[in-house]
Design a protein around this ligand. Sequence first.
Ligand SMILES: Cc1ncc(C[n+]2csc(CCOP(=O)(O)OP(=O)(O)O)c2C)c(N)n1
Length: 958
Amino acid sequence: MNLWRDFHGPNAWYVLELYERYRQNPDSVDAATRASFARWTPAVDGAPAVAAPAIGKIVGAVKLAQAIRTYGHLAAQLDPLGSPPPGDPSLEPTTHGVTEEDLRRLPAGLIDGPFVERVANALEAIQALRAIYSSTIGYDYGHIRVPEEREWLRLAAESGRFRPPRDPINPEALLERLTQVEAFEHFLHRMFPGKIRFSLEGLDMIVPILDEVIGEAAEARIHNILIGMAHRGRLNVLAHVLNKPYAQILAEFKDLTRGRTRLDGIDQAAGDRLLASWTGYVKYHMGARRALKGGEPLNVVVSMPPNPSHVESAYPVVEGMAYAAGTQVDKPGPPRFDPTVSLPILIHGDAAFPGQGVVAETLNLSRLPGYHTGGTIHVIANNQLGYTTNPKDARSTLYASDLAMGFEIPIVHVNADDPEACIESARLAFAYRTKFQKDFLIDLIGYRRYGHNEGDDPRFTQPLMYEKIERHLTVRELWATTMITRGLIDGGWPKKLMQNRMQALQRVLESLHPEVDLVEPQPKAPPPGAARRVQTAVPAQRLRELHASLLRVPEGFTLHPKLERAMQRRRTALATLDEPGIDWATAEHLAFASILEDGIAIRLTGQDVERGAFGQRHAVFHDMKTGNAFTPLQALPQAKAAFAVFNSPLTENAAIGFEYGCNVQEPGRLTIWEAQYGDFVNGAQMMIDEFVASARAKWGQTPSLVMLLPHGYEGKGPDHSSARLERFLELAAETNMRIANCTTAAQYFHLLRWQAALLEADPLPLVVLTPKSLLRHPLTRSSLRDLAEGRFKPVIDDAQARQRPEEVRRLILCSGKIHVDLVTSGHRAETPGIAITRIERLYPFPADDLRPVLDCYPKLESVAWVQEEPENMGAWISLRPHLGALINGRWSLRYIGRPPNSSPTEGSSAWHATNQRTLVEHAYDLNSAIAEDVFISSKETYARRKGHANQDRCPRAG
Ligand SMILES: Cc1ncc(C[n+]2csc(CCOP(=O)(O)OP(=O)(O)O)c2C)c(N)n1
C-alpha cells in the first residue's frame, strides 16, 4: 500500500489517523484493518515518515484545502469597483494550525487535484487552489448534494478546461464585440440625451457571455434558445444578440410613427377597431426573434419574448415556452419531452432575484415532471444596486444569488471586468447544463455607469460609489490594455475600432425612414363569424364509444372500492338519450376525449388536478395493490394527440405564467390551468393583468389559455367562495377574453370543445367559473342528447316560464350557482310571475342572445339582477351598463343582493345561510314593487358587523 497513491486528501488523513490509533492500541481498529496495518510500513514512498506530531499538520493542510474549495469565493475579488471581499477565517492556515513552512514540507498529493502534477509541495498546491477559488471567479458549489455533480464541478474548476489557454478565446473578436456594445450605448447617450434606455454599461460582458452560450448551444444542435430579460441592457442585447436592426431601434427612439392611422394587411373596419385597442409597448420591453441560418448548424431560433415592467414576471412564461417547444404531443399517450430541443436563458436583476417571489416559484418548477426544461442558464446582471437601493436594504443574504442554493443550483460569482473569467463561466454553465440537464447560475458582478435610468442622478444616493465609477475604465478599455500588454494589438487600434462603430451608427441614423423602419407586432383580426360557425356536438354513438374506452382499466388493475362504485354509476350515464345522467366530471372527460380524438393535444395542470380538488375528476387512477398509476385519457384508443395532466406545485403566479408560456409557444394545444379554489387566482394577478388580459394589445400575442376557477357561495367563508369574477370582467375589453359561468355539464362540455375548435381561428383566453358542491348536483347533470345535439348557449332562458310568458311580471337575470338556489326554492312553484334566466357567458356580453328573452314576456314590469356576491363584486357592476342599454328604459332594472362589502362573504356558514335565504326571498317577493335596489342585510348581519368593528386592533401598550 502506498498512502499517497492510494488515498487522497481527507481519505489519506483518515487512514493516517486510523494508523495512529492502531499504533497506540492495535485492538482499537477492526480485524481487517489491523491485518492491513500489520503489513504496512509507515515510511511511505514519496512522503516523509508519518510521525505522530505530523498528523495534526496533515489534518490542518487538508482542512485548509477543503475550506478554500468551499469558501474560497469569500476571498475572491469579485467587485470591479474594488470593494474588499468579506474573507473568512477558515481560509487562513493559522486557523488550521499550519504555517507556510509546514505546508512546504508536506507533499502536494495530500491536497489532490488536477494541478498537483505541476506543483512541488502542499504550499504550492494551496497557492494553486487560491488562484482558482479566490481570484476573479468564486465557485460556489458546496451546497450541491449530488456527489457526482460536486466532483464534476470541482474538476471543471481546478482543471481550467474552460479557460484560456486550455480553451482559447479570440481576443480580437472579443475586443470588437465589446466595442460594439459600448459604442451603441455611447451613441444613444449622445444622440438622445436623457431618453431612457437602461444602459448595459458596467455589465457589458453579458453580450459575450450570451454569444458563448448561444454558440455552444448551436453546436449542440439546440433548436430553440429563449432569452428572458428585464429592462437592463435589453436594447443592447436586442441589437447585438437578437440582431434587431439598429434602424428599428433608432426609429423607436425617434418615436415618430406612433399615432398611425392604419394597420397593414387587414380590412379597414377591423383595422380601425384593432387600432383603437392597440397600445403597443415601450421599446425596452419589446421582444425579438432571430433565426441563425446557413452553414452548420442550421435552424437555430433565438428569441426574446416581450415582457412587462414587472421584473421577473416573464420568467415562468419563458420556461413554459421552452418546455412546450421541447414537448412532442402529436402522438396519443403522455407527451414526450426532449430536453435537448430548447434552452432557456434568464437574465435577472440583483435586487429582483432575491426580492421577487416569482423567482423562487420558478426555480421550484425546474426539476418537476411537467415543468422541467432540461436546465436553465441564469445570469444575475449584478450592478450592486436596485434603483437607488443598496444590497444591505435589498436582501438578507450575502450574495444576490443565495436563493439558488436551496435549489442546489451551482453558482459562479464572476467579476464583470475579467472577460476571460466571464467566458469561462459561460462555458462552465453550458457544459454543466448539458451534462446534468439542470439549472446553473452566473452571478455577474459589475456596476451601473449611470442612474437607474438615464434621467436619474445616482449621486443623490450613492455619491461614493459613483465617484469611483466615474474614474473606472470600461471593460473594453481594460481588455484593450490587456491585449496591448500581451503584444496582441498596437495602441491606436481600440480607438480606431470605436470610431468605426460610432460612424456606422451615425450613418444608420442619417438614413432613417421611421415609417418603414419602425416595425411593431400587429394583432390579427379573426375571420368574421369564426366563433359562431363552430359545431361542438358529438354524435351519440361516438360519445358512447369514447365513454366505454374511458371506463376501461388494465387487466388486473385494482381500483379503490369507492371509485369502483363511482365507475359503476358512470357506466350507465349514457345509457339513454334523454336521462340527465352525465355529471360535470363525466362531461369534462368526454369533452377531453373527443378533443383528443379530433387531434388536439391537451395539457391540464393545477394543484391536485389529477384527482380534482373536490374528488370529482380522477384523471389518474392508482392501483390499490401496486400503487401504479393509470390515466385513461392517455390510453384512449381513439386519441390522435397527447394528453398531459400534472399536479402543479403550490403556486399560482409561476404556474399560470408557465401555462401562459406553453400556450403562446404552442397555440394549437389546449392548455388548461385549474385553481384549487377560484380565490387563489389572485396570487397570480400579475400574470392575469400583464399577460392574459393585455398581451394582445401590448405585444400582439394571441393567448388562448383556459382557466378553471371554482366559484360559488356555499358558506365556506371569505376565502373559498369567490374567484373574483369582477376583476376579470373589469379587465375584459375589446374582445380580449371569454368569461363563462356555466350551470350544466353539457354547457361545460360544449364550452371546452368550442375553445378547442377556436384555438387557431379565433384564439382568446377563456375564464370558466366552475362549480364545487354543484359538481354532483342533479340540476347540473345533462343528458346524452344535450351533448350530442346541443351547443354552448350564452344565455339560458327559463323553460318553465316560456310555456306561459304572459304570466311573467318580473325577469330575474343571474349567473352561476345562485340560479340553483333560486329554482330549488319553495317559492318557485308559488310565484309563476317570475322568470329566471341565466347568463352563461358574461363576456363578450351576449346581447344578441338576451334581447329575444327580454322581448318574449309581454307583461313584464321589472328586471332584476340577482347575485350572491356583494354589490361591488360579481358581475353586476360590469353588466349593469350592458343590461341598461338593452332594456333601454322599458322597465326598471334593479339589483337584489348583498350590499357592498370589503370581504367577499360571511365568515360562518349559518350566517351565510341566513343571508342566502333572505336573498332568495327578496328575489321572489313580487309584492314589493322594486323601486330601488334591494340590499339584503339581516338584523343578524348588522349585529355581527357592529360587534366585529375594531375588535382586532392591538391594544396599546401601557
Ligand atoms: C415588480 C416590480 N416592482 C417594482 C419595479 C420598479 N423597478 C424597476 S427596476 C427596479 C430596480 C431593479 O433592480 P435590479 O433587480 O437590481 O435591476 P437593475 O435595474 O439594477 O438592473 C425597480 C424597483 C418593477 N419594475 N417591477
